[in-house]
Design a protein around this ligand. Structure first.
Ligand SMILES: C[S@@+](CC[C@H](N)C(=O)[O-])C[C@H]1O[C@@H](n2cnc3c(N)ncnc32)[C@H](O)[C@@H]1O
Length: 265
């Protein structure tokens, strides 16, 4: 947290949305900021900021100006989610499927896909789409009301490990992940691809209840036993990059990311 002084008192919407402590502090021109990045701001950057702010106060060309100090200099931040989505994007673009089913993936990835594809999406939580090319099914992944051999690709990013641990208001079923995986394979056309990401460890598999399961490689391989491997990669949180399986974390309760593209025979 950081104390910020300044000549400008907030007004309008900003003041209404303020934390009560900041409302009081703002009376004496101070405020506490939770912007962690701003703690690292270089002194030169702050001085330049204050100089520019002073100029803006003198002439802001019709805008009202208030302090909202940000310091986001440097490389663009990248999380494991970016790597999972990049893996899925690579696998899909290699095969260019026409019919796609998505099961519980990141909405932003699905919305990107919808720019150029028709996508059927399944999630246990209700969702309304404003896009005509998204068919939304609200359903439990462990039992899909979809005929067998329907899709060229099934995508499921960061979802399997959560199924039916109760977190989403779903009824507890420890085997729901295996049941859902079987269903995803059933609705795939022969030669269709299943692109999925999940947790992985090199120590004993575990359940971080009720957040997610943490699989070992044998468990993941057992799920895929009737499929043919397209490609797979392992992302390390610690190293911030894809790594060989031998470097996947072996610390208890720490998980890395498995990314796999498997083909239905
Ligand atoms: C970690 S989230 C994936 C990312 C999330 N959809 C987003 O855009 O941020 C896992 C998703 O799986 C869904 N889910 C959980 N259990 C499910 C189940 N049994 N069947 C279908 N979807 C399920 C959740 O509702 C959630 O949207």
């Amino acid at each position: 947290m950081q104390m910020m002084g300044g000549p400008i008192s907030p007004h309008g919407k900003e003041k209404r949305d303020m934390h009560p402590v900041n409302k009081i502090l703002s009376l004496i021109g101070l405020r506490i900021s939770r912007t962690i990045g701003s703690l690292n701001a270089h002194r030169d950057f702050r001085e330049e900021y204050n100089r520019q702010l002073g100029e803006l106060i003198r002439d802001s060309k019709g805008f009202e100006v208030f302090r909202d100090f940000k310091y986001d200099v440097g490389s663009h931040p990248k999380s494991y989610i970016d790597y999972e989505c990049e893996f899925a994007a690579r696998s899909l673009s290699k095969r260019n499927p026409t019919t796609i089913l998505d099961v519980g993936s990141y909405r932003h990835f699905v919305i990107g896909l919808l720019a150029s594809h028709k996508v059927t999406t399944i999630d246990v939580r209700k969702w309304k789409s404003s896009l005509d090319n998204e068919t939304v099914l609200t359903s439990d992944a462990k039992q899909l009301d979809i005929p067998s051999n329907s899709f060229d690709a099934v995508v499921s990013l960061c979802a399997l490990e959560h199924f039916r641990l109760g977190r989403y208001g779903d009824e507890f079923d420890l085997d729901a992940d295996k049941k859902a995986f079987k269903e995803m394979v059933r609705v795939l056309k022969p030669n269709g691809i299943l692109v999925f990401t999940t947790t992985i460890t090199r120590t004993a598999p575990s359940i971080a209840f009720n957040a997610h399961r943490i699989y070992d490689y044998d468990m993941i391989r057992a799920l895929c036993q009737r499929l043919k491997l397209g490609e797979e990669e392992f992302f390390s949180h610690k190293m911030g990059k894809f790594i060989p399986l031998e470097h996947v974390s072996n610390l208890p309760a720490v998980w890395d990311v498995y990314c796999g593209c498997w083909i239905k025979r």
